[in-house]
Design a protein around this ligand. Structure first.
Ligand SMILES: [Zn+2]
Ligand SMILES: [Zn+2]
Length: 304
């Protein structure tokens, strides 16, 4: 009798994207106001970051909606890789923002200008940093729990904004204390360089996912351990492969059993092994190809 489907569909994470859209909108207003009030290029660079956040959050919302769509006629494995596009585009946009910031700051190095009303500007920016920090921490925690590349990327992105904001606040504070306007663009350039570093990291982790990266080594070792407990005189395995795809994890292998076993006996063993594997990783999707142990053709298909 059927027990219902073995694999449960991925969960809808789009409400977290709405949260980062709201956070981006609030911080754009706050940081933009602070930059306009003071005329500081480093506060402007901080505000520009939030505009990137808004675009990225909208994109993440679209991608999260796509990634939970069930498999259809031309995407038989589902749509979970859509998340990697979001993370990659977000990384690319972070890079563009950083280059704009550095460009603006270099101009100020040549033509220094003293920012005004720094006290109020600093206070407003500090509030914006607190908003980003709270939302960023939440997204990182949920992203790890749900193994969502989009949420994790978004959360890490927001945390770098907080680091940038704190650095900018310290720099602008020094400008106010010392009365030296050159510190303003210097801080903006250092902040921009840090943003470049983060953007490259985001792009790289997305590319890993798009390239079918294997499951984490520690998890893969535990899954292999399950197979080892079944390996013996009668039973063998080969062509074991794992890969990660957004919020889904896949494993496939060939199960070699005695030539005279019935289809039922081979299938029973395969299903038992799959159950054991999924006890270790409940989200694992496993495909088993069962073959006779003493047949040359069983060994012709080991390579992909
Ligand atoms: Zn089956
Ligand atoms: Zn084989």
């Amino acid at each position: 009798m059927p027990n219902g489907p073995r694999y449960s569909p991925p969960v809808d994470l789009s409400r977290y994207a709405w949260l980062s859209i709201a956070a981006a909108a609030v911080t754009i207003v706050l940081k933009g106001g602070a930059a306009a009030l003071t005329g500081s290029v480093s506060l402007l660079s901080d505000a520009l970051e939030s505009v990137v956040n808004l675009v990225a959050a909208v994109l993440a919302l679209v991608m999260l909606k796509i990634s939970i769509r069930p498999p259809d006629d031309n995407h038989r494995f589902g749509h979970s890789k859509a998340e990697y596009f979001s993370a990659a585009v977000e990384g690319a946009m972070v890079l563009v923002a950083a280059i704009l910031i550095i460009w603006e700051a270099v101009g100020r190095l040549v033509h220094p200008r003293m920012p005004e009303q720094l006290g109020i500007g600093l206070a407003i920016s500090a509030v914006a940093a607190l908003v980003n920090g709270a939302v960023g921490l939440l997204l990182i925690r949920r992203g790890a729990q749900m193994r969502s590349a989009t949420l994790s990327a978004d959360g890490r992105h927001l945390m770098t904004d907080v680091v940038t904001s704190v650095a900018v606040l310290a720099g602008v504070g020094l400008v106010a204390l010392t009365g030296r306007p050159l510190l303003d663009p210097i801080v903006a350039i250092v902040a921009g360089a840090n943003i470049v570093r983060i953007g490259i990291g985001l792009v790289r982790s997305s590319v890993d996912g798009l390239m079918d990266i294997a499951l984490p080594a520690e998890l893969e070792a535990r899954l292999m351990g399950v197979l080892e407990t079944h390996r013996g005189e009668e039973v063998d395995f080969h062509a074991v492969r794992t890969r990660e795809s957004g919020n889904r994890r896949f494993m496939e292998f060939h199960l070699l059993v005695p030539d005279e076993w019935s289809v039922k006996a081979g299938h029973d063993l395969a299903e038992d092994i799959v159950d054991e594997l999924r006890e270790i990783e409940p989200d694992l999707r496993v495909t088993v190809h069962t073959e006779p142990l003493h047949d040359a053709r069983s060994y012709e298909d080991i390579e992909i």
